[in-house]
Structure formats: structure tokens, C-alpha cells
Design a protein around this ligand. Sequence first.
Ligand code: FAD
Ligand code: SIN
Length: 533
Amino acid sequence: MAMEDGLQQAHDVVVIGSGAAGLTAALALAETRRVLVLAKGSLTGGSTAWAQGGIAAVLDTGDTFENHVRDTMVAGAGLNDLATVEFVIERAPQSIDRLCELGVPFNRDADSLHLTREGGHSHRRIVHVDDATGWAVQSALVKAAEANPNITLLPGRTCIDFITDRHREHFSAAGRVWGVYALDEATGRVERHVARATILATGGAGRVYQFSTAPRGATGDGIAMAWRAGARVSNMEMMQFHPTCLYNLDVKNFLITEAVRGEGGHLLHPETGRRFMVDYDPERMELAPRDVVARAIDDQIKRFGLDYVHLDISHQPADFVKGHFPTIYEKLMGLGIDMTTQPIPVVPAQHYTCGGVVVGLDARTDVPGLWAAGECTESGLHGANRLASNSLLECFVFGEAAAQDILARWDSLEDVPAILPWDESRVTDSDEEVVIKQNWTEIRRFMWNYVGIVRTTKRLERAASRIELLKREVEDYYGAFRVTTDLIELRNLLQSAELIVTSALKRKESRGLHYTLDYPALADEPRDTVLVP
Ligand code: FAD
Ligand code: SIN
């Protein structure tokens, strides 16, 4: 269905995002359907490729689904949805089998998979490929997708907004999604990719914070697009801070995997050498859930005026350290730190977006025609704090669920109506790129300072009033100039920031990742913060 301007293409299903969630869905659909996968920048530019620790699954004979469910609920501070937690955890072994079939070279011990341990897990249950699991998973998924004749991979496309009933030639107010408007980053033209079903798999919004372990493109695009199209979002105040990001003046976002603590690493005061977790969680110490450990480090840094704390695994044999963490060892050696003999300077940094677009177990959003999977969603799995290595797992389970639901409903999905082209009236190129850069920096800084690990109502209100001002400026700008990836991202970053701050102001308690000095106690009933557009 090519249009006269050559900018419209029709597909059975459009998947936005080429990470673990998007490619899992595409591969499952491609058995019978023609699928287009769109990605901003390169196919490997999302968080999936950066994952270190691994994937959680009950595979050890001494472990049970009940244990994994309990650990997930404890980390999530009771805000998780039990049915979703069970749904995901029971499907984990099957997801690992599928990855093995795709050729992911997980580490093995004789005839079984090697299982490492991470914070919040009562058992060893993390399958991994050394300390670079994400790269191995991403490569295997891309290879399988490239080999599949029913999948078209289109990198270099920044999706702008969904095509909805508003964009039909014959207007309808129903609000269904029919695909997406996407900027071709090379030509600057806006394409229309239409389909009976669209899957959102665009990852998180970590780059809304000044310090984040997430890649450059984690600007909350999908969450903002879904919100604008009428989908509810939930629990956006639950932004996860990883306790151990490398502190280095040149390298800003290098993660030191939680598995370092899982394999015996200690957190130490850098001057006294004291294991300070004893003051915060004497039972679980360094293996307490992330929110507890990140808050403890934040407290040490603020209380003692430190720049960082130390993470030390040098008491383990050097071969053990190098064998378990070859990527981190090499990276640190390049920076002059030998982790087999020296402690590593670390600070907390934003790491994961627990909230997102509300989906059911079938991965459907509120908006007809739109499914979603992975970090851009709030499925009920993570609650108020994600358990380590449960995220990739969620991508595999919900990517598959989205595909199966679309296949099951295929015959009842309507054909795509005639769609209006993108409004090309904004032909002026901006000569004020400095405004975009300046606004981007400003948002990330005040989000870090006012909406970080420890919050207050006053700080949140300050952030809210800045967002309001910036939103007006950015919307004016957006309406006047030709779209670019930077402008699209800035608009989405700001929308994500607004959703985070609005949600944080609504939660009048401290639970999991949301800790506020004004409401330090836990409310009796766990409640999701659901925002309705
Ligand atoms: P991503 O992998 O982030 O992919 C998003 C995709 O969407 C990309 O292809 C991107 O190009 C595309 N996209 C985004 N916006 C647009 C747009 N506007 N238009 C078109 N395309 C767009 N989790 C674990 O379970 N275990 C781990 O060990 C682990 N380690 C981690 C280490 C690091 C450093 C980080 C940052 C995260 C880690 N996580 C880990 C979290 C996990 O990696 C992510 O939550 C998960 O990979 C998200 O997958 P996804 O498919 O939802 O999104
Ligand atoms: C890590 O390796 O510490 C990250 C694991 C995760 O985010 O689940």
C-alpha cells in the first residue's frame, strides 16, 4: 500500500523497538505474519545490549517458584500484582530454553547452567554470559530476526507519535492505533508505517536523570507517545537507582554489576574501610534489595560529605574475579583500577523505570490496536522496586504474550483505513539548537536534585513548576520547527518527567523506591499510582 509520496508502508504488525521485548515479539509473530521492527539509531542501541548480571529463573533443584515469587514481592514492597508475578516467574525456564535454542552461550557448570546470585534473591538463580549477558542476548535476537524472511528491520527511525483515528482521512473519535509516524533520521522525512496491530517496546526513561546507567536513547519516548494516545500510565514515581555505578570523572555511566556483591563484594566507607551496610540492613547486608542499598550509600555520601563509597571484592582470588567479571575487569584496568587488588569507587545512578504504560497479562494497553512489552510498561511485576534480573525476563514473557494475543485475535482486527500524511507545514529548520541542549541539561539536573533517591514535597513542587514552564517553551518550539530526533526526545523526556513528578506528588507514603521525608511511613494498603490522560 505505497502512497503517492512513497512515505506510507503497510505491514501486518509494526513493532517499535529492537531490544529484548521487541525482537521476542517479532520472532514469535513472524511464524505467520509480516512484521516491521523500527529502532531509533542502531538495532543494538537499547538497554538490552548493556545488561550485565543476567536473567532470573528457577532452575536449581533446591529453588522453587514460590521462593522467586516471594523475593519479587519483598523487593517490590507489596505493590506487585501477584497474578503477574506468578505468570512471569512460571514462564522463566521456558524463556531460557528458547534463548538457548537461539544460541545464547550461557555459562555452564558441567551439564547445567551456571547460576549466580544478586541482591534480594534468596537463592542462586541468575543465568548469565560472564558479565555481558545483554550483548549475547541482543546479538542472538538480532541474528535470528535478520535471518527471518517475515521480519523487516528498519533502524535509524525515530518514532514520533502513533497514527490514530484522529489521523484517518475520515475522522473517527474512537482512538484506535493504526501504526506510527516515524522520522527517517538520514533523510529528515516522516514516514507512515501502518498496521492492524502495533507493539510498543521502546524501553525506559532513565535519561531524564543527570546520572543514569541507561543508554542515550532511554528518553521515555514510548511512554510519552502512549500517554498522548490515551493510555493510562502507572507507578512512574518508582524510578530505580542502582547502588553501584562506577564513579569516574570521565566515564559517567558504567555499571558495576550487582553480581559483584552477589559473589561476595563488600561496600566500604572509603576512609575508614568500615562495612557500613551493617547500620542499615544487618541481616541482608550488601544483598538487601536495591532501594535499601542505594539509600544507604546516598546517606553515607551525604552524611560524610563523600564523593563515592568503595565496592571491594579484592578478598576473593584474582582468578575468580577475572573469571566472573572479565568485561568489568578489562574496563577498570583501562582506567587504572585493578579490582583484584583495589576497591572500586561507586555511586548510585538511575537504572530502571519500574512504572510505565499499563498492560494486562495479554500485553494489551488501554488503546485498541496497541500492545506493549518490556521496560516501557507497568505490568504489575516489579511493584515499588524491581528485583535484580527480573527485567529481561519480563521482556521475554510479555514480548511472547503480545505476539500470542495478536495472533489469537488476528481475524477480528480490522483493515487499516486511509490515513492522512504527516503535516509537513513545519518546514523551517531551527537555528536555536542550543535551546534543546540547554533544556535537556536543565531537566536532567533538576530531576536528579529534586526527584532523586530522597524526596520532599517542596522539592517535587519545585520540579513541577519548572516542568510547566519548560513544557510551554518546548511545545512552542515543537509547533514551529521541523522535527529532529533531539527535539522529539526532549519533548518526550519532559513528558516523562511530568509523569514522574505528578505520580510522586500523589503518593503520600514512602514505599520501595519512593522515599519522601514528608511521609516516611508506609501506608496500610499498597495502591498503584495510576494516571489517566
Ligand atoms: P530496550 O532494550 O531499551 O530497547 C528499546 C528499543 O526501543 C531500542 O531498540 C530503541 O532504539 C527503541 N526506541 C526507543 N525509542 C524509540 C523511538 N522513539 N522510535 C523508535 N525506536 C525507539 N535487566 C536484567 O534483567 N538483567 C540485567 O543484568 C540487567 N542489566 C542492566 C544493565 C544496564 C547497564 C542497564 C541500563 C539495564 C540493565 N537491565 C538488566 C535492565 C534491562 O536491560 C532493560 O530493562 C531491558 O533490556 C529493556 O528491554 P526493552 O526491550 O524493554 O528495551
Ligand atoms: C546488574 O547486573 O547489576 C544489573 C542487573 C539488573 O538490572 O537486573
